[in-house]
Design a protein around this ligand. Structure first.
Ligand SMILES: [Zn+2]
Length: 264
């Protein structure tokens, strides 16, 4: 009995203990895989029969597509190893829920939707970035405008669980949807707004609204409004190559800073 105990103690000291030690060293040296930005989905707002906001010389759907394609190209050029996918590359209408489902299916790490703003009157100006989340009924201007695309979709009531973009109560559906990526979405939105400001643009800040295009996102997701279509000066800026380049670089810099901060 006594020698049995000694032999099992010896076994532990000579075999099991080093094995446990080795296991602990190995597991601590390889922590769980950190969050990496490998795939980015870029979504040009509206398209096809849905023109979005109308400026005096241009349509939102066209400006959004031009900026989205340039952004994707620059991300791939400036951030090697990152793959970019687009929800649309041409002037076509795509249901909002399909856009985010494309990103979910591609296991995208970031979803960026590009839009242009509009407001009554011509004095409104500046940029804003929207994340999906809790929101108050009084702050739904962008949500009502951007969600209005739903009305052009067939069977939208089935696809959005009875969601009616014209009914304020419907927004509760989206506010109740869990948004586990809220914190990272806000971080990315903040970085985008900071970059716009560095270039001298007006920042209208970050909004949390019930946006159909972001509601089901399984990744940090933002919708950025790059300027006002109804403001002649901003429309000219968004049409110009120089303006588009500046906006694109702002967004690349924001994505790059976000990537560095989350991958650290
Ligand atoms: Zn829009």
């Amino acid at each position: 009995m006594k020698s049995d105990l000694n032999s099992s103690k010896r076994k532990f000291i000579f075999f099991l203990a080093p094995a446990i030690f080795l296991f602990m060293v190995l597991t601590s040296a390889t922590p769980p895989q950190a969050y990496q930005i490998r795939t980015i989905v870029i979504d040009a707002g509206h398209g096809g029969k849905d023109s979005g906001a109308k400026g005096s010389r241009s349509l939102e759907k066209n400006l959004a597509l031009e900026v989205a394609l340039k952004l994707g190209k620059e991300i791939e050029r400036q951030l090697p190893g990152v793959r970019v996918l687009y929800t649309r590359r041409t002037d076509e209408f795509i249901d909002l829920y399909k856009r985010i489902r494309m990103a979910n299916a591609a296991k995208a790490d970031i979803f960026i939707s590009i839009h242009c703003n509009s407001a009554p009157g011509r004095s409104a100006r500046g940029t804003e970035t929207i994340v999906s989340g809790s929101h108050r009924l009084g702050e739904q201007a962008a949500a009502i405008r951007e969600n209005a695309s739903l009305l052009l979709e067939e069977n939208y009531k089935e696809n959005y669980q009875g969601f009616d973009p014209k009914d304020p109560e419907s927004y509760i559906i989206f506010s109740l949807m869990k948004n586990q990526y809220r914190e990272k979405s806000v971080k990315l939105a903040n970085l985008m707004q900071q970059e716009y400001v560095k270039s001298g643009r007006v920042s209208r800040g970050i909004l949390e609204q019930g946006l159909a295009v972001l509601a089901e996102a399984g990744m940090p997701a933002v919708l950025t409004e790059i300027g006002f279509m109804n403001n002649r000066e901003e429309e000219a800026f968004m049409i110009s190559d120089k303006g588009q380049q500046e906006i694109v670089q702002n967004l690349v810099d924001a994505v790059s800073a976000f990537k560095k901060s989350v991958e650290r």
